[in-house]
Design a protein around this ligand. Structure first.
Ligand SMILES: NC(=O)c1ccc[n+]([C@@H]2O[C@H](COP(=O)([O-])OP(=O)(O)OC[C@H]3O[C@@H](n4cnc5c(N)ncnc54)[C@H](OP(=O)(O)O)[C@@H]3O)[C@@H](O)[C@H]2O)c1
Ligand SMILES: [Zn+2]
Length: 391
């Protein structure tokens, strides 16, 4: 019972760094002795100490003979910091309770082996599903080298994201839109097509405060003892010719990076203009249907992005759907019917010719948001999924 309670606290601690740790995972740790928490912590940012180190430092000498709860198997290899397994052994901890094991094929299981070899009692699989969900993007990233991709759209009941005149604001209600902003707060970056930039000139930022995000994802688990900062997700624009206007609103949000994915057809002047306003430009092969999704994902993975929220529009979503290059889908359905064969469908492109070829989904959640609906699903058969208890 207590194992569950302390692991849940470690999970809540891990969430405090939501979207701040990439390319590293979210990890929380709690040190407990005689049923009292004597130290706790979480991994704040890549390059900074791991969760276990923060928790053990807070516990100090008292860590001797105590139990350490940690949401992810402690590392056993030298990265930017020395291995946590060694630090745990040196601290005199006598028992370690682990949420999810490390899915990294090169290092998974090594932390557990090292702790056990030092005579430490190790228990695994406590809140494993919750701990794995916490890092669903990192687990995909570490196994495939590419970011975890979530497709997001806000559509009418009949699957349109804009009317035949192009009107799209707003198809969903305020509650659904607020939820979509919460989604933004938990992704490393957002992706849009140039069509959406030209049609809507969106800001593409998260318009929630740190305390609103804290209330939604931490609630009262940590007794309000902590706070959260919003990290504005970076933005990636698929724009072969470099048509994004320099004065577009997307460039006005401080403290975030904008990446332009362009083809060889983008002129030198345009590239330089993007660089001059602080954006990054990446060259991607242009195929008949647009820039290569596969190559773009590899470039994003190489930059360390572990999770992407694809915000649209219709053409870009279709590119991710037709190449089966997505892991999850979050669909908001507004309480209206748009109709019309000229309306913009949520997923455009050519579509699949047969039902056999169509992208298959596993629904995991559906709920009402006032008079709107949100549906969550995963792509059936996706790569890099964490299978509980197996590597
Ligand atoms: N309700 C919602 O959730 C929502 C969200 C977003 C947008 N929208 C609406 O969607 C509409 C815009 O959608 P859209 O389909 O016209 O534009 P889009 O998907 O935003 O952008 C499409 C453009 O992106 C570029 N691109 C580059 N690589 C691509 C690839 N591999 N696949 C597809 N496109 C690629 C292409 O232009 P180049 O050839 O020049 O590169 C293409 O024309 C607007 O009306 C907007 O309001 C609605
Ligand atoms: Zn570590």
């Amino acid at each position: 019972m207590n194992d569950l309670m302390y692991m849940k606290r470690a999970i809540a601690l891990a969430k405090l760094a939501t979207a701040h740790t990439w390319p590293n995972p979210l990890v929380g740790a709690v040190v407990v002795k005689h049923n009292t928490i004597i130290g706790e912590g979480y991994h704040h940012k890549a390059g900074e100490p791991h969760a276990e180190v923060h928790a053990l430092q807070a516990a100090g000498e008292e860590a001797k003979g105590a139990t350490l709860y940690v949401t992810l198997e402690p590392c056993a290899h030298y990265g930017k910091t020395p291995p946590c397994a060694d630090r745990i052994i040196a601290s005199g901890i006598s028992r370690v309770v682990i949420g999810s094991t490390d899915p990294n094929p090169l290092v998974g299981g090594q932390g557990i082996i090292r702790l056990q070899a030092a005579g430490i009692e190790v228990k695994t699989g406590v809140c494993e599903k919750e701990c794995a969900l916490l890092n669903e993007s990192f687990f995909t990233y570490i196994q495939t080298g590419k970011p975890f991709v979530t497709l997001k759209s806000a559509m009418s009941l009949d699957g349109s994201i804009a009317t035949f005149t192009g009107a799209s604001q707003w198809i969903t209600n305020e509650t659904a839109r607020k939820h979509a902003h919460l989604l933004r707060a938990s992704y490393d970056a957002m992706v849009v097509g140039i069509g959406t930039i030209l049609a809507d000139d969106p800001l593409l930022n998260c318009r929630l405060s740190g305390s609103e995000v804290y209330d939604a994802i931490i609630g009262d688990t940590l007794d309000g003892a902590y706070s959260m900062d919003i990290r504005q997700p970076d933005v990636m624009i698929f724009d072969s010719l470099g048509r994004t206007p320099i004065e577009a609103k997307v460039f006005t949000v401080p403290n975030r990076k904008v990446h332009l994915f362009v083809s060889a057809q983008c002129s030198e002047e345009k590239r330089q203009a993007f660089i001059d306003i602080g954006a990054d430009v990446h060259d991607i092969e242009r195929k008949p249907n647009g820039l290569s999704i596969k190559q773009a994902l590899t470039v994003m993975g190489d930059m360390g992005y572990t999770s992407l929220l694809i915000e649209g529009g219709s053409a870009l979503l279709s590119a991710f759907v037709e190449t089966l290059a997505f892991d999850k889908i979050v669909t908001y359905i507004g309480n209206l019917i748009i109709g019309g064969t000229e309306a913009t469908p949520a997923v455009g492109g050519n579509g699949f010719a047969t039902l056999e070829a169509a992208a298959k989904l596993t629904f995991t959640d559906v709920h009402m948001m006032d008079n709107n609906i949100v549906i969550e699903a995963y792509r059936t058969g996706r790569e890099g999924a964490y299978v509980y208890g197996h590597r």
